[in-house]
Write a protein that binds this ligand. Structure first.
Ligand code: AKG
Ligand code: FE2
Length: 320
């Protein structure tokens, strides 16, 4: 197992998880220790040696480029407001995570069938003839990254001295009932002057428990380092997923694991930037309360128990 550290004041370690996936007990111990340390601080790390093939990643990015390249009126036919689950397309500036509208377009899908709805399928897709292969490729990608999430949650469980399958219910129970949303972004290029005034996505923490993000080589993702009030890049590492702790996991662990603020700067390179996030948001009716191993004797939980649905509704309402 290798743990490489990217040089900067904030260390976003790169952890090769292949030993864990191959069931190597000795390597797993080191991987778990590296994951534990990264989750405590800075709440961000990158993983290599995972199970999602380079071909699938490339094909998915290509299909999404094709989708975002469609005429605006075609994309608007699958606009998010047409779905009761808010899946589908969103225009530049529609989401306001920071101040002002975020300078990115989005396309979000969820599980099929979708939890909490009578609809068989809540995802919205353009006609196959309009964007051939998008649905098949993006759904395959979704399913494979979701499977990878399950293993990441197992590593997290081990890192918290819990049963390895502790989070299985949250991440993958009742087949596809857990809310894992996959959202692709396209960030339009901007000028240097404008890049100081606007953001691809404003400073925020993620709402779910754990995010797995694929970013392309354009770069722009930054994490906040509070002691110095500074932002540091999460550099592009070929083949890696960026993994970060979200608000739910911070609550769950009584703030032992950190949901760190991050943002994306718009590209000034002249190229669009693409990324795909898988947000693990759990079962809507599940209660989030302090995990027993995260409470020392005499320590009080910092957060009141909250239902996943209540937490998520508040987050969506605050930013759209
Ligand atoms: O595009 C990225 O690199 C990050 C996007 C992000 O932070 C988010 O969607 O929550
Ligand atoms: Fe985020």
């Amino acid at each position: 197992m290798t743990v490489n550290t990217i040089e900067s004041e904030i260390e976003v370690p790169v952890i090769d998880i292949s030993g864990y996936l191959q069931n190597d007990k000795t390597q797993t111990k080191d991987i778990v220790a590296a994951v534990r340390s990264a989750c405590k601080y800075p709440g961000f790390f990158q993983i290599t040696g995972h199970s999602v093939s380079a071909d699938l990643r490339a094909q998915t990015l290509q299909s999404l480029q094709d989708f975002f390249g469609l005429p605006q009126d075609v994309k608007m036919q699958v606009h998010r407001t047409k779905s009761e689950c808010f899946t589908g397309y969103e225009i530049v500036g529609e989401q306001k995570v920071g101040t002002g509208g975020d300078q990115k377009e989005g396309f979000m899908i969820g599980p099929e069938p979708f939890p909490g709805t009578s609809l068989e399928v809540a995802n919205q897709w353009p006609e196959e003839s309009v964007c051939p292969g998008l649905k098949g490729t993006f759904m395959q990608y979704y399913n494979e990254v979701r499977q990878l999430s399950k293993y990441m949650f197992r590593l997290l469980a081990l890192s918290l001295d819990l049963e390895e399958t502790y989070f299985d219910k949250f991440v993958a129970s009742r087949d596809y009932q857990a809310m894992s949303m996959c959202k692709a972004h396209r960030y339009p290029p901007t000028t240097k002057e404008m890049a100081d005034k606007t953001r691809g996505i404003g400073a925020h923490t993620d709402w779910g428990a754990l995010t797995l993000l694929l970013q392309d080589e354009v770069g722009g993702l930054e994490v906040y380092y509070e002691p110095k009030d500074k932002w540091y890049p999460v550099k592009y590492v070929p083949d890696a997923y960026v993994v970060n702790i979200g608000d739910m996991m911070e609550r769950w662990t009584n703030n032992r694991y950190k949901s760190t603020r991050h943002r994306v700067n718009s590209p000034v390179s002249g190229n669009y930037r693409y990324s795909i996030g898988l947000f693990n948001e759990g079962l809507l009716d599940q209660m989030l309360e302090c995990i027993p191993t995260c409470l020392a004797e005499g320590e009080e939980p910092l957060h009141k128990p909250i239902k996943v649905e209540t937490h998520l509704r508040a987050c969506y309402e605050a930013t759209y």
